[in-house]
Design a protein around this ligand. Structure first.
Ligand SMILES: Nc1ncnc2c1ncn2[C@@H]1O[C@H](COP(=O)(O)OP(=O)(O)OP(=O)(O)O)[C@@H](O)[C@H]1O
Length: 240
């Protein structure tokens, strides 16, 4: 039986002017999998994510969403993907509930009051915060509204860039559990991160990028944390 990957790149090359940011990248994330993309500054993680989102045009190679070519069907980004950047962009003067309804309406989804509350609660946002202005929210609370938007969209895949940066350990742990639950519900998750602990905690697969290439890939459950750190540092120091 062949697995249909929800997110896939085949021999992907992305260049900024003369600079090759992604170099022959082959990456595949099936449904139900959390894939953590590690790598030092400038390795190409954000470029990978922004190419899935259609912000960069591949110089060569392919980007596939659910087995379909993004180059041929750019509308797949809107219908199939959810994106959570490091800082989720919300309207500070609107409440969490209003933001959720607003962003869903933009995606053509009308939410009732009850459904809005349920989505926010299921994403971990405490009930007494639903109607408070987002300007008063912590970073972790904003992430939860972002998760609720992704969940309401029934996105097949979620792309995350540095999702736990700046979260305290408890909020990061809580967030990791939400991501795990989304994947267990069938989503494919691609997460660029510098947080090795979080990657080990939540991911099924881990890939290490360097200079636009995937230099190592392994099953997250088969490595111990210190082993992961050694592998990461070996690549960072050019010893691997
Ligand atoms: N808009 C751009 N124009 C030109 N070069 C860029 C642009 N964005 C990224 N780059 C270059 O492409 C390479 C990959 O950058 P990218 O931001 O994808 O790396 P990253 O792994 O996400 O790094 P970080 O961990 O620092 O966020 C780097 O050499 C970077 O300088």
């Amino acid at each position: 039986m062949t697995t249909t990957h929800i997110l896939e790149t085949r021999n992907l090359v992305v260049e900024y002017q003369q600079h090759r940011a992604i170099d022959q990248l082959n990456l595949a994330v099936p449904a139900g999998c959390v894939y953590a993309l590690l790598g030092g500054n400038g390795a190409g993680k954000t470029t990978t994510i922004s190419t899935f989102l259609g912000f960069n045009r591949p110089s060569s190679g392919q980007v596939l969403i659910g087995g379909r070519s993004l180059q041929d069907q750019p509308e797949l980004v809107k219908s199939e993907l959810a994106y959570l950047p490091e800082n989720v962009a919300l309207y500070d003067l609107l409440s969490g509930a209003e933001n959720l309804r607003f962003f869903c309406a933009l995606a053509g989804i009308e939410l009732g009051r009850e459904q809005t509350g349920r989505l926010l609660s299921d994403s971990g946002l405490q009930a007494d915060a639903h109607d408070k202005r987002v300007g008063q929210y912590s970073k972790g609370m904003r992430q939860k509204v972002g998760l609720a938007i992704a969940s309401a969209k029934h996105a097949k895949a979620m792309l995350l860039d540095e999702p736990t940066s700046g979260l305290d350990p408890s909020a990061a742990n809580d967030f990791a559990q939400r991501i795990r639950a989304a994947a267990d519900g069938g989503m494919a998750v691609l997460m660029a991160t510098h947080d090795l602990f979080n990657a080990k905690q939540v991911a099924d697969r881990i890939g290490i990028m360097k200079q636009g290439r995937l230099v190592e890939e392994f099953d997250a459950h088969s490595v111990q944390h210190d082993e992961l750190e050694s592998k990461y540092l070996a690549h960072a120091r050019g010893l691997a």
